[in-house]
Design a protein around this ligand. Sequence first.
Ligand SMILES: [Mg+2]
Length: 216
Amino acid sequence: MNEITDMTDLLKSRNSWVFDLDGTLTLPMHDFAFIRRELAIPDGSDILEHLATLLPEEAALRHLRLSDIERELAVCAVAAPGASGLLALLDSTGARLGILTRNSRDIALLTLDAIGVRHYFDDNHVIGREEVSPKPDPAGILHLLSQWQTESDDVVMVGDYLFDLQAGRAAGAITIHVARPDCLRWPDVSDIIVDTLGELTEMLNTGHDSSHTTVS
Ligand SMILES: [Mg+2]
């Protein structure tokens, strides 16, 4: 069996799809440098990890400010090219659809509303940082699999960042990196790399995609 030519068929056989939100279904909207400045977090630090090191009162205040910033960003979110078409196609095939974000569920739901795709997702299948340990921990994917009563060999994880791919790999998912041309790539944890979600839709529609990169 040729793993590369059979990847599209393997993808089509999977019925549980988990998406990152920011930068994957939306255009990138988090200005992490701005957020770090606003919350007095050192450059290069992981925002959630840093907040977890603070005293509870201080952490709570900064989480409130973080939520305010995220809410402002959410209502202005713009769908990534091809997002709606891909979700419509998957929905038409009866696929289960979930979101796994390091944002909160409330903000994620606002964002899904803003980009016009909330109706594809059951609220319980939108998993945020309050529900599970954040990516790269695979807990969110495993949580969805448990809700869907399915196994890891049925799942696909789609994201634009290393943590999405690491979480997917650790959960046993097929990992798809939606990589902008000027961005980093992580071939070690990416089964498929596409430039846009439209490219992914084309793969699923035709089964004869020639432009995507498959990493075995
Ligand atoms: Mg992202």
